[in-house]
Design a protein around this ligand. Structure first.
Ligand code: GLV
Ligand code: MN
Ligand code: MN
Length: 416
């Protein structure tokens, strides 16, 4: 690569400014962000993002699931665009970096190339995927999964949130149901920058994580049907308490995950008591549960161990426990040539790095099933994410964006 190109760096202050400017959309008192997918705050950040991409000379396309694709023209428009981006939605008590860093760093790559007057050979496509988080509508990463052909657009449009609002209705409500058929913009490859969301890079003092694998995930919806009755007048042996049952289920999930460790985790993340009251024994509870592992066989083993444990608890406590596996995402193996491209970019820039497995799910894991895909991680403070105190340094975010820039340049080629 020509000397002036190998020295090219993104504008750190501008990237940092974009991250903090957009953090106002859904800002929480504790310094985090609450920006549930397709809600009012998501519309505001989308409007900001569209205007910024257009001001950077991109043509913005929106697909039928609301995913935003900002195309920067290349010299050879017959070439498939190189995709780069992530997501702008957050968890209910999310942070300022999860997804946001990767999307705004992708925009910063375009702005940097514009400033330097660099035309790439292949076009670039900066992407904001709809509903990566999966906390309002399940499953997570649904738009990229539809792009990859795992679901039909109609199936995803019909998914509903806890209030019964469908994805289609939510898209219409914020004006982001686009006309581009899902999967129509055919990308040549995809690169996603993200905070690690775990403790490894920080603990080892490494700046860049070159992601080689992603964990597989199983999600369940559960329902416990016990019997609601008087908290004072029902003797202990006669109770069919749904919440006490759930407590045993939670501990069983924890035990099973530990027994299949170190490469397995299990969580009960949500539980809703039906008509709760302090002097009524809980009768009905809805809950969600998940297991993750980088190994598909371990996922099978976790599910196999769960079934009899749940059956035993239900029988002993004389309650019904219904468990519905609503999603399974196989482990991801990223493309070796894409891993090498990220590694070379990081090495050329002089950053310390290590190979790493992603504990979180990412849109890149869906893209990896249909095209060469890479992920770049940077450290986050104490490995904390999905929390309002999620934090990352400007220097690390800048380093990640520089690796993104040079990885994309190596994939797109430079015109001239
Ligand atoms: C998404 O953030 C996930 O890993 O669940
Ligand atoms: Mn994310
Ligand atoms: Mn997340």
């Amino acid at each position: 690569m020509a000397k002036h190109l190998s020295n090219l760096q993104i504008d750190s202050a501008r990237l940092w400014g974009a991250i903090h400017d957009t953090a106002q959309f859904g800002a929480t008192p504790k310094g985090g962000v609450r920006r549930l997918t397709l809600g009012a705050e998501d519309k505001r950040v989308r409007d900001w993002f569209r205007a910024a991409c257009e001001a950077a000379g991109c043509e913005v396309h929106i697909d039928a699931l609301g995913t935003m694709y900002a195309i920067r023209r290349g010299r050879d428009m017959t070439k498939a665009p190189i995709g780069l981006g992530s997501h702008l939605d957050t968890q209910p008590t999310g942070g300022k970096y999860d997804g946001i860093l990767g999307t705004l760093a992708a925009l910063e790559v375009v702005r940097t190339l514009n400033d330097a007057g660099i035309e790439t050979d292949a076009p670039l496509c900066v992407i904001n995927w709809t509903n990566e988080e999966g906390s309002r509508f399940a499953p997570a990463m649904m738009a990229s999964a539809a792009y990859a052909g795992d679901y039909t657009t109609a199936d995803i449009l019909g998914r509903t949130d806890a209030e019964g609002i469908s994805v289609g209705q939510a898209l219409d409500a914020i004006g982001y149901r686009g006309t581009e058929p899902v999967g129509q913009i055919k990308l040549g490859s995809f690169v996603e920058l993200h905070i690690e969301q775990g403790p490894i890079l920080e603990a080892e003092g490494k700046t860049i994580g070159v992601v080689d694998h992603g964990q597989g995930i199983i999600w369940y919806d559960g329902k416990i049907t016990g019997f609601a009755s008087h908290a004072g007048a029902t003797p202990m042996p006669l109770r069919r308490d749904a919440l006490a049952t759930l407590s045993e289920v939670v501990l069983a999930v924890e035990t099973i995950a530990r027994e299949h460790g170190p490469n397995a985790v299990g969580t009960v993340g949500e539980a809703v008591i039906d008509n709760p009251s302090r002097n009524v024994i809980p009768g009905d509870i809805a809950f969600t549960m998940e297991f993750r592992s980088p190994d598909g066989g371990t996922l099978d083993a976790l599910d196999r161990a769960l079934r009899p444990a749940i059956a035993e608890i239900a029988a002993r406590r004389k309650v019904a426990i219904d468990l519905d596996m609503i999603w399974r995402k196989e482990p991801t193996h990223f493309d070796p040539r894409m891993i090498a491209a990220v590694q070379s970019a990081s090495d050329a820039l002089g950053y310390s790095s290590r190979r790493i497995t992603s504990g979180a799910g990412h849109d890149a894991c869906n893209m990896a099933t249909v095209m060469p895909t890479a992920m770049i991680f940077v450290p986050c403070k104490d490995g904390i994410s999905h929390n309002e105190i999620e934090d990352a340094t400007q220097a690390d975010c800048t380093a990640g964006a520089n690796v993104l820039l040079h990885t994309v340049l190596s994939l797109a080629g430079v015109a001239g």
